[in-house]
Design a binder for this molecule. Structure first.
Ligand SMILES: [Zn+2]
Length: 561
């Protein structure tokens, strides 16, 4: 009898629709236009987060059961939610240094330039140097270089030097020239020119190429505090733009020490996937000490060696298989010796260290594929610490079409920067000739060949804005919508592919695809929340889209006001 009562009551209980209990979340985001980047359930309205992880993805109604008394509910009001964006190739300290010095990108006229300099000089201490970079006069009216006398009007006492965007020239004011003892008697140094006024013979302030060094060596070197501040400012800017991780393409353990200090103090929240330069002492230290993986709440990983195998296309330093079309006497040059590289690659495979190599020209790309292939053959899977090493080629800009399938075959990841294409394609046709543009910036061909293509900005070489990169990837046009001969519009990617380029594909390239990169239950709660639906709006509107909120490890680290 007693047993029957128990059985009956259990039966009754199970029939009564008891309120479903779910663990209560720390934050529930609702009314979102959520793209998960997961092929299983691509869209959702709401996300529940507990501690650093996603515990629910689905409808607003179903999310309600995760709302407890202490849950913060964030109404996203229809804004677009994407998995936290990752910049797969950035130079974080450089981005910060650009913020610390005067950033002159987008300066529209001489008056605009002088206004920016004046604002900075007004804040400077007496005698403090004012340095900056990024102006370019080609669109000014008239398109002429600024002079020392222009700068003297806004900075009579503080020394000033401002680099042209391309780095091949700079303008200095009279105070700077005086400190550097540059006057009408100063001869041109080798590889440079001190530009002089035609009538008086006085230096006019413009210093070309090597002549910049005459003044630049007077600028005080950065201090440790400056280096720390650069990281803080770079990380702040990145988070405000919606980046949740940057993959920092090269550097040293000095920066690693700075990151550790800033994470320990809670000063920075951005995730950093750091590479150090090799072959050489930094790489040797990584090989000897082993990788740092997922420290500070999965924020800091150091497991990659960055190699540089050639120069850049603009300065004709990219190593090509044939001569430059506009300079037949040169085909560029490799910047690393195979004999230095080989033992390091073997060691890296045995010790589970990732390698990523800068390769711009088709010769550099073929060279590094050959070297990678040789090492992979020499160290069979059984002798590797990490079976699938996910080695990368950074840029992979100009690749002979025959070499494209080799990436998939060897398991090599091309890590590419969409904005480089829409800048370079203005001069690439003359450097390379139209036929060689097939296989250049070939994002879609790579994806079709069966590899993932993580997307990055290479800031501060480029602006480093996620919306510029996303736009460049899907439009393959300049920021005004222009596309020229030989731009290969068929190499643009779809929006779904572009979303993966900045989320799950960089996660894969960092061995973090199980951890982050999509909006799925169990993954780290990294979100980039935007003012418009970049998956559907007209292309040019992508450039006007703003980041309204950035979430890292379940914490709202940026909220636009
Ligand atoms: Zn770079």
């Amino acid at each position: 009898m007693k047993l029957l009562v128990i059985v009956l009551s259990v039966l009754l209980l199970s029939l009564t629709p008891a309120p479903q209990r779910a663990e209560s979340a720390d934050i529930v985001f609702k009314n979102g236009n959520v793209y998960t980047a997961s092929d299983k359930t691509p869209k959702a309205q709401a996300i529940a987060v507990k501690a650093d992880k996603i515990i629910f993805v689905g409808t607003n109604a179903a999310a309600q059961k995760f709302v407890g008394p202490n849950t913060r509910v964030v109404d996203l009001k229809g804004n677009t939610v994407l998995p936290g964006f990752t910049d797969a190739h950035q130079h974080l300290s450089g981005v910060g240094q650009r913020e610390m010095t005067l950033n002159l990108e987008g300066t529209t006229s001489l008056d605009d330039l002088l206004a920016k300099v004046k604002a900075r000089v007004d804040q400077a201490k007496p005698g403090e140097w004012v340095t900056g970079r990024g102006w370019i006069e080609t669109h000014w009216q008239p398109p002429v270089f600024p002079t020392r006398w222009d700068l003297d009007k806004v900075s009579p006492n503080n020394p000033v030097i401002l680099g042209r965007a391309d780095g091949h020239g700079a303008v200095a004011n009279s105070a700077a020239l005086k400190l550097a003892n540059v006057d009408k008697n100063t001869p041109n140094p080798f590889g440079g020119e001190v530009s002089k006024d035609k009538q008086t013979g006085e230096p006019n302030g413009m210093l070309l190429d090597a002549a910049q060094g005459l003044v630049r060596r007077r600028v005080p070197p950065t201090t440790k505090d400056d280096d720390e501040r650069a990281v803080v400012l770079g990380a702040k800017r990145d988070v405000e733009l919606g980046w949740t991780q940057v993959q920092d393409a090269g550097g040293s353990y000095n920066e690693v020490d700075i990151f550790k200090k800033l994470y320990a103090a809670g000063t920075i929240k951005l995730r950093i996937y750091k590479a150090v330069y090799g072959p050489g002492p930094q790489a040797n230290r990584l090989l000897n000490e082993g990788a740092i993986v997922g420290e500070f709440g999965n924020r800091l990983t150091v497991r990659t060696i960055k190699v540089v195998s050639d120069g850049a296309l603009g300065s004709r330093g990219a190593a090509l298989l044939g001569p430059y079309s506009d300079a037949p006497d040169t085909s560029g040059f490799l910047t690393v010796k195979a004999e230095d590289l080989r033992p390091m690659l073997i060691d890296a495979l045995k010790k589970g260290i990732q390698v990523e190599t800068h390769a711009i020209g088709d010769r550099a790309n073929r060279f590094i594929l050959d070297e990678y292939e040789t090492a992979l053959k020499a160290v069979p899977v059984s002798q590797r610490k990490v079976a699938e090493p996910r080695w990368r080629v950074e840029h992979a800009q100009i690749v002979n079409p025959d070499d494209i399938p080799r990436f998939a075959k060897l398991g090599i990841i091309p890590s590419m920067q969409p904005s480089h294409a829409i800048g370079d394609l203005f001069f690439a046709p003359s450097r390379l000739g139209i036929p060689r543009l097939k296989g250049s910036y070939a994002w879609e061909s790579f994806i079709k060949s069966g590899v993932v293509v993580p997307g990055g900005s290479d800031a501060p070489v480029e602006r480093g804005e996620p919306m510029i990169e996303f736009y460049a990837a899907v439009a393959r046009k300049d920021q005004k919508g222009f596309s020229g001969e030989g731009w290969h519009p068929e190499e643009a990617v779809t929006r779904e592919q572009a979303l993966k380029m900045f989320t799950i594909w960089p996660a894969y390239a960092a061995f973090e695809d199980k951890l982050r990169g999509t909006i799925e239950v169990g993954k780290l709660a990294d979100l980039t929340i935007l003012s418009a639906d970049i998956m559907t709006i007209p292309e040019l509107e992508i450039l006007k889209t703003r980041c309204v909120m950035t979430v890292i490890n379940g914490e709202i680290v940026h909220e636009a006001t």
